[in-house]
Design a protein around this ligand. Structure first.
Ligand code: SF4
Length: 100
């Protein structure tokens, strides 16, 4: 006996793809990864903040008011840039985090 066939509407498939992509890129990004300039990543963005504790945790400084002490708000340097991406050295230069 074969398994029952489940057909999902296109909207459900898209939602499933988005959920899968978000799970793969869990973290707190300023916008959806991949919505920024092609070829750029969080690692090349001036908003990437490296929080040095016992080890280094990567955060997006634009989401600072939502940071927690847990890994749920960490981001990955290799994640595709979001729409808020800014080149390092642009405008204000390297940003310091008030949370230190
Ligand atoms: S590309 Fe820049 S602004 Fe966007 S989430 Fe990454 S570090 Fe933050």
């Amino acid at each position: 006996m074969s398994a029952p066939l489940m057909i999902l509407p296109p909207s459900a498939l898209k939602a499933a793809e988005v959920a899968r992509a978000r799970k793969a890129l869990k973290g707190l990004y300023a916008d959806h990864p991949g919505t920024g300039p092609a070829g750029e990543t969080c690692g090349s963005c001036k908003n990437l903040y490296r929080k040095h504790m016992g080890k280094t945790y990567l955060k997006c400084s634009l989401t600072e008011k939502f940071w927690t002490g847990g890994g749920g708000t960490d981001i990955k340097a290799r994640s595709p840039a979001c729409s808020k991406w800014e080149a390092e050295g642009q405008a204000e230069g390297q940003r310091e985090s008030p949370k230190g």
